[in-house]
Ligand binder design. Sequence first.
Ligand SMILES: [Ca+2]
Ligand SMILES: [Ca+2]
Ligand SMILES: [Ca+2]
Length: 186
Amino acid sequence: MSNLTDKQREFHLQKMRTRFNRLDLNQDGFISREDYELMATKLQEYGKLDEEKAERTRNAITSVADRMGLKPGVKIPAEEAAQKASKGFLSMTHDQQLASIKTFYPIFEALDLNNDGSISLEEFKVYFRIIAPDLSDADVTHTFNMIDSDRNGEISREEFMAAGFDFVYGVEETEISKVFFGPLMS
Ligand SMILES: [Ca+2]
Ligand SMILES: [Ca+2]
Ligand SMILES: [Ca+2]
């Protein structure tokens, strides 16, 4: 992806900024393991998970932190994380991008609170209450509807992967890209 315009690169960076701003759950300006642990704790609490699911969720979420090299004590400024992620994702070949899709699986598993294979609106609201507590119900529902591309009221694994793929790798200003992590931040 070397022939991208400045506008496309800037749009992609804006998405990554939004992503890390949302994932900086303790809002200290840094991305660290603590943010991911807080995510697991809040999913357990808000999602009223039983012990087994809570444990699986924590493992899934911390595997994401592990993949990012976030060992205990490591802190990356959110802006640096966004710049690095944008550069890294945009320099991958299409085959590398497709192969990396499986890294989204643990997130999907974690958001499917009742393990029925899809994410309901209620489950999605639990997640957004954690990453974007400032958003209105209507905004969250809009994001949900954008990801639920066949509009059957449930987000399937395939729909989640497709939306995540557009958000993480896409450079076009699609609506899904603009709302996947809530409205874009600059
Ligand atoms: Ca943080
Ligand atoms: Ca579910
Ligand atoms: Ca659907």
